[in-house]
Design a protein around this ligand. Sequence first.
Ligand SMILES: Cc1cc2nc3c(=O)[nH]c(=O)nc-3n(C[C@H](O)[C@H](O)[C@H](O)COP(=O)(O)O)c2cc1C
Length: 158
Amino acid sequence: MPIEKTELRRVMGHFATGVTIITTRSNDGKIYGLTANAFTSVSLEPPFLLVCVDKKAESYPYFEESKVFTVNVLSDGQEALSRRFAVSGGPKFEGVAYRTGANGAPILEGAVAFIECKLAGAYPGGDHTIYLGEVQEAETFDGKPLLFFRGGYRTLGD
Ligand SMILES: Cc1cc2nc3c(=O)[nH]c(=O)nc-3n(C[C@H](O)[C@H](O)[C@H](O)COP(=O)(O)O)c2cc1C
């Protein structure tokens, strides 16, 4: 019998992750972003990573339209930002400090890292699409990461 949705979410929540906001843009310059923890590195040569995006997300169509996205790895002071970008639609970027990256997607101030990508592939993943990104630019900053574990936000104890 297939596992129930809420049970799958509960079990998967035992895998501790960082938290990212993945940003992208439309071809006419509108910016989009969503909170995501389905993010992992894939390959060093070539430099690939992947993110999984819900087909129902407002941001979803713009990954394939612009063929660019940026992964912003959140710091422990960015829980409120994570909550804001986990609500669909609306003026998410209002009052948010960001700059426009080389690929045209927003780079959020205060993150511990950003990774700018060019879309390198899109693969079916049920109600999500698995987007492979080829890393174009990346940078890290001081600070501690925001974590997600068992359905709640956490920070490093040290
Ligand atoms: C901790 C956390 C992790 C999430 N991870 C993902 C993810 O990996 N992929 C995804 O599509 N949505 C994920 N979501 C849900 C999206 O953030 C949410 O659906 C958001 O409203 C989408 O924004 P949009 O519709 O404006 O694009 C996550 C939410 C939270 C709180």
